[in-house]
Design a protein around this ligand. Structure first.
Ligand code: FAD
Length: 418
């Protein structure tokens, strides 16, 4: 039986471990944290946004980036001091903003998002995971100048990519989601993406880790991989503080930390960390909960009801690997939330959090073999790791087990990142 080491127990690592175990591999997962989903998978937006899985490198992004350069109150903040560190990644990111590339990547991501959600449903159908996934669609609010025209263009683009989109006017939006009543006069059009879902990615990481353990997967918690071990030009295992653990294959699912693990072997992952923030607020404290996730394109935030809590997520910050929780950025999120729900009474307990989205320059994940035999990567899921987790786990498993060589997919490391 093939022994596979999975580095990382975020949402990508735990789903990968479960899929590998299901395919008959002996699996060991190693994570420096003490539990699954403690890094970027901890308090993300919760959206399983399969039908609007879009790359951030869009034709409008360069203008926004430079308009908001260095502005602490901007939803998208590029700190001037971060620019040198972005280097070639930044140049590639901008190159990916051209319209033809954006639409191609958007279509690829949306198709993969839909495939991934179907894979999650199959996993849940096998009933091995306590999920907490909720279904009922996601509401995209298009507000501000020229909202109706922009909404129609956006809806048509999503429909071309296979999404089912329902157009709602302001009155229909409020009928569906009464919490929007106070801002009814600002809603141009809302798009209901009925087949999208949502849930708590951290809870799902813990549940998939537990399911994997029941399938025989071993977990080594609080254990940092300090390097990869090679023999005769191929991977042989990983280096830990107490020695080497041997394996037939290694799959790197280390989120934003993935590039540094593989770089010593000449494997370059064109990725950068992109910081984002969230708040998690008890429904009892605010007195209401929307019934489904709402993405507000005007405030650049998404909100989702997670059990008896409201999760609010957003903001984009290029700030290297710095995970400092900045009060100014938290205040931005609070202000945006206040403008979406003017009726809200914000409590003292907001549970602010930030995480580093592991982002490739073209916005697609990297799920691929590498030039090092038996070394694979499943990473760079950017703002869509929760949405794409189960499909990515299936895909990398097919490579590890030899069912596919992984070289002709849009997620291969050998693709052009330009
Ligand atoms: C604010 C915000 C909102 C978001 N909202 C959404 C959303 O609504 N929907 C969506 O689909 N996605 C969303 N995302 C993106 C999603 O959260 C990420 O894509 C996903 O969590 C990445 O998962 P991962 O497993 O690759 O990384 P992580 O969750 O970071 O896991 C990596 C793991 O690797 C471990 N590790 C790293 N290096 C080592 C080492 N050397 N040795 C041992 N262990 C190691 C870490 O401890 C960690 O546990 C959001 C992200 C942010 C920041």
């Amino acid at each position: 039986m093939k022994h596979v080491i999975v580095i990382g127990a975020g949402i990508i690592g735990t789903t990968t471990a479960l899929a590998l175990a299901g395919a008959g591999c002996r699996v060991t997962v190693i994570d420096s944290q003490l539990e699954a989903g403690q890094e970027t998978s901890f308090a993300n937006g919760g959206l399983l946004a399969a039908n609007s899985a879009l790359p951030w490198s869009s034709p409008g992004t360069p203008t926004q980036l430079f308009k908001w350069l260095g502005r602490e109150d901007a939803p998208l903040l590029l700190r001037p001091r971060a620019i040198p560190g972005l280097g070639m990644w930044g140049v590639r990111f901008l190159a990916n903003c051209r319209a033809d590339k954006y639409y191609r990547s958007a279509a690829t991501l949306t198709a993969f998002g839909q495939q991934s959600l179907a894979s999650m449903e199959r996993l849940l159908g096998r009933n091995t995971v306590a999920s907490g996934i909720q279904r009922g669609g996601l509401l995209e609010l298009i507000r501000g100048k020229d909202a109706q025209r922009r909404a129609e263009t956006f809806a048509q683009m999503l429909e071309r990519m296979g999404a089912k989109v329902k157009r709602l006017d302001a009155a229909q939006s409020v009928a569906l989601e009464p919490t929007l009543a106070p801002i009814a006069d600002t809603i141009g059009t809302a798009l209901l993406l009925e087949s999208d879902a949502w849930g708590d990615a951290h809870a799902f990481s813990v549940a998939t880790a537990a399911a994997a353990q029941r399938e025989g997967v071993s977990f080594r918690w609080g254990c940092k991989v300090s390097g990869l071990e090679m023999a005769n030009g191929a991977i042989r295992g990983v280096r830990l503080h107490d020695g080497t653990l041997a394996a037939d294959c290694v799959v790197v699912c280390a989120g934003a930390m993935s590039p540094s693990l593989v770089a010593p072997f000449g494997v370059r992952l064109p990725m950068a960390p992109v910081k984002g923030y969230s708040l998690t607020i008890a429904a009892d404290d605010i007195g209401f909960l929307p019934q489904r996730p709402i993405v507000d394109d005007y405030e650049h935030i998404g909100v989702a009801p997670l059990g008896d809590k409201l999760r609010v997520a957003g903001t984009v910050e290029f700030d290297g690997f710095d995970k400092t929780l900045r009060a100014g950025r938290v205040d931005n999120l609070k202000r945006a939330l206040n403008r979406l729900f003017p009726q809200i009474r914000l409590p003292a307990e907001l549970n602010p959090w930030c995480g580093l989205r592991p982002m490739a320059a073209d916005g697609l994940p990297i799920i691929s073999p590498t030039a090092v035999p038996r070394l694979f990567v499943n990473t760079a899921h950017g703002a869509l790791g929760w949405t794409l987790a189960c499909g990515s786990a299936d895909l990398v498993t097919s490579m590890v087990t030899g069912q596919s060589d992984g070289r002709d997919t849009p997620f291969s490391l050998t693709r052009s990142f330009w």
